[in-house]
Each structure stands twice: as structure tokens, then as C-alpha cells.
Design a protein around this ligand. Structure first.
Ligand code: PLP
Length: 389
């Protein structure tokens, strides 16, 4: 690997502790120590600038973080980006552009994260027509999503990488292009892609709404998610806050609701800026250590391949099934084992100081760039022992 693991690990003094193995790279990666400094800088800037902190520090940081986030997502740095505290907030803002009373048709899959799954289930109660494409057969998912997007569909919403087993969805670019062709809004949840799986957005990239966030592979922590907004979007979120049109605040107050340029129309209202300080510092840290997306992907593939090989060696698949793909092109940043004992295994692994998580019967093992091979091996051996026990 081109990067220096020893130097990198020195930057995680608070999170990396002897004897503890963090296989939580897919959920809560360790935060570098610069994130802690950034928390303190948030306070110090508020003390220094008081209410002028927004113009003096916060908005310039938002600008700079947005540019770097867009580049890491594979978009032009100048594209529109809206920040929000969760993907749910941003996705709901996008959903609020649909005319619910006209029963819009939304195509999605049965493997979306709870934020979208629950929200669309609830909107179905309000009359939105939600088409749930069965995601069980991962290999044919893309073509079935495209087939479900018939003319008149208002939105297609799906993940780039599925949260259950890290399956990298095929032909995302084709799905986006098809949605754009029929006039549907393409919304991609790229949370499990950001900073770990580069995505080819395809010929209709400019049309894609893409959401992701800071909690997982980004190492920014909570409270910072984003939505990439296509240039020239004229959508009018009904769920709108005053940050969406600062210029209007200068003029006389009216009942006309306008929207600012770029990503502004999808922003909300006053938020805690400490997440932006952390993002700014952590991105600089990652850049300084050569952790660009291509490097992060190479590290991730090497680590997940190592996990699978060692699970093989340890006979773990006598007790559990590998749900993630053995094909690295179809495998994202973690490895899922299916076992009815998944929830219990998480508890027993924690007793051994190995941190993992489970979604239903899927035990998820997520490496991260700062882990040594010895830590990964120790974690996997514990998994094998717990499954055998
Ligand atoms: C695919 C995916 N999207 C979104 C989220 C987070 O959603 P939210 O930001 O709404 O909490 C997660 C997990 O935390 C996820 O796995």
C-alpha cells in the first residue's frame, strides 16, 4: 500500500486502543484526533466571532467541504450540494417536491435502509404509489428496477451499495439514465459508497440526486449528510427552511416562496456547525495521508478479501452463510455472514472486545484503513470461534 499505516494510526490516538478490534468500519469508523480538535475550534470560533461566526468561518467551511465531498463522490466540485443533519431530512425534502395528492409513483427496492423504507411506507398510507422491487435476486436487480420505471413514474430511489450485504448494485448509471429519460427523479443513496466504492454515474450523471453522509466511511461523525443537486433544478421542496433562500431575507417580506441557487433550495434552517468543522479537518487529514477514494477502495478490497479468506480457513462457513459477494467488484466495504445467531454473536464478540453489528440475521464485519492485518485476523478468529461455539 502506498500509504503509511503507522503514521495513519498515530492520528487515531483516542479511538485505537490496545486489545480492541473495531470491525465497525461500515457503521461508525474511528474519528481521527483532528475531529476532536475541530469540536474545540467550533467553540473557540463562536467565542471569538459570536454571531459573525457564520460568515467568518462556517459558510467558508461549508463551501470548502462541499467541494471536496463532491469530488470524492465523482462529481464536479462546482455542482450544487445541500447539507442536512441526516439523509432522512434531505430525502424527505426531495420527497416533499412530489405532489402527494396526485398519487405520484415512486419505484424503490425492498433492500433500502430504514430511513427510506419507513418513510415511503408511511407515504404509501397517504396515497403515494410505491413500487417495491424485490431485491432478493441481486444480480438482476438493476434490470428489474429499470423495467419497473414505466412512463409516468415520478421518482426512482435506491442505494448504490446495499446496507444488508454491501452488494454493489449493477448498472446504476443505466438506472439514472432511464429515470432521466422518462422524466423521473433519480435518487441514489450512496452512504455505503462514499469514501469506499467509487461509483460510475453514467451518461445521465448530471440528472442524479445523490445522498450520503458523514457517519460511516467519511469519519466525520454525526450531523452532516448531503444531497448532490443537479444543475438548474427547479424543484420546490414543500418542506423548506429559511436557509433555502438567504437573498429573500434582504427584501420586503412576502408570501412568495423562492429558492436560492445550486443546492440551497434543499437546505433547511439553523444547524450545529461542529459537524462541518469536523468534516473540514478530517478531509484535510485524509488528504494528507493519501486516502483518496481509489486508495480507500484498494485498501477496502484487500481487507474484505482477507476477511473472507480467513473465514474460509477457519471453517466459519460451516456455521454461517456468506451473504456478501466473493466478487470484489460487487462487494462494498463490509462482509455479511447470515446466521440466525447474528444478534447473539455481536454480544459475544463484544465480550471479546471485538466490535461488530448485525442487521436482522446478518452479522456485519467492516474493516477500515487504520486496522492492521493482525487486528483483522484476531477479529475474524474471534468471529469463527463464536460461530463455532
Ligand atoms: C444505506 C444507508 N442510508 C442511510 C443511512 C443513514 O440514514 P439517516 O442519515 O437518515 O440516519 C444508513 C445507515 O445509517 C444507511 O445504511
Amino acid at each position: 500500500m502506498a500509504f503509511d499505516l503507522t503514521a495513519l494510526r498515530a492520528g487515531y490516538g483516542a479511538f485505537l486502543r490496545d486489545g480492541r478490534v473495531l470491525l465497525t468500519g461500515h457503521s461508525h469508523q474511528a474519528w481521527p484526533d483532528v475531529a476532536r480538535d475541530a469540536q474545540i475550534a467550533t467553540f473557540d470560533d463562536a467565542a471569538r466571532f459570536v454571531d459573525d461566526k457564520w460568515g467568518a468561518a462556517v459558510f467558508p467551511k461549508i463551501e470548502s467541504v462541499s467541494r471536496r465531498v463532491l469530488a470524492r463522490m465523482g462529481f464536479a466540485e462546482t455542482d450544487g450540494l445541500a447539507l442536512g443533519k441526516s439523509t432522512h431530512e434531505l430525502v424527505f425534502r426531495l420527497l416533499s417536491c412530489l405532489k402527494w395528492h396526485e398519487k405520484p409513483r415512486v419505484v424503490t427496492t425492498t433492500s433500502e435502509f430504514h430511513s427510506l423504507h419507513r418513510q415511503l411506507s408511511r407515504l404509501a398510507e397517504e396515497g403515494v404509489e410505491v413500487v417495491w422491487v424485490d431485491a432478493t435476486d441481486r444480480a438482476t436487480l438493476a434490470e428489474r428496477v429499470i423495467a419497473a420505471c414505466t412512463p409516468g413514474t415520478a421518482m426512482v430511489a435506491l442505494s448504490a451499495v446495499l446496507f444488508e450485504d454491501s452488494f454493489v448494485v449493477r448498472d446504476l448509471g443505466e438506472i439514472v439514465a432511464h429515470a432521466a429519460k422518462i422524466g423521473a427523479i433519480p435518487l441514489i443513496d450512496a452512504y455505503h459508497a462514499f469514501n469506499v466504492v467509487p461509483v460510475s454515474w453514467g451518461p445521465a450523471a448530471s440528472a442524479a440526486f445523490v445522498t450520503a453522509g458523514g457517519y460511516k466511511y467519511a469519519q466525520f461523525g454525526e450531523g452532516i449528510c448531503w444531497l448532490r443537486v443537479p444543475e438548474g433544478s427547479t424543484l420546490r421542496p414543500a418542506y423548506t427552511g429559511w436557509f433555502a433562500d438567504f437573498e429573500a431575507l434582504e427584501g420586503p417580506r412576502t408570501h412568495h416562496v423562492g429558492y436560492g441557487p445550486g443546492g440551497a433550495r434543499f437546505t433547511g434552517a439553523t444547524f450545529d456547525p461542529s459537524s462541518v468543522y469536523r468534516a473540514d479537518a478530517v478531509l484535510a487529514f485524509q488528504d494528507a495521508h493519501g486516502l483518496d477514494v481509489a486508495t480507500l477502495r484498494a485498501i477496502s478490497i484487500r481487507q474484505t478479501s482477507r476477511i473472507i479468506a480467513r473465514l474460509d480457513e477457519r471453517g466459519a462457513f460451516e456455521h454461517a452463510t456468506l451473504a456478501s459477494s466473493r466478487d470484489p467488484d460487487r462487494r462494498g466495504g463490509f462482509v455479511t455472514l447470515k446466521t440466525p445467531l447474528a444478534q447473539d454473536a455481536v454480544k459475544r464478540l463484544r465480550e471479546r472486545n471485538v466490535f461488530t453489528d448485525a442487521r436482522g440475521d446478518g452479522l456485519r464485519l467492516g474493516p477500515a484503513p487504520y486496522l492492521t492485518d493482525a487486528e483483522i485476523d484476531a477479529g475474524v478468529d474471534a468471529v469463527a470461534a463464536v460461530l463455532a461455539g
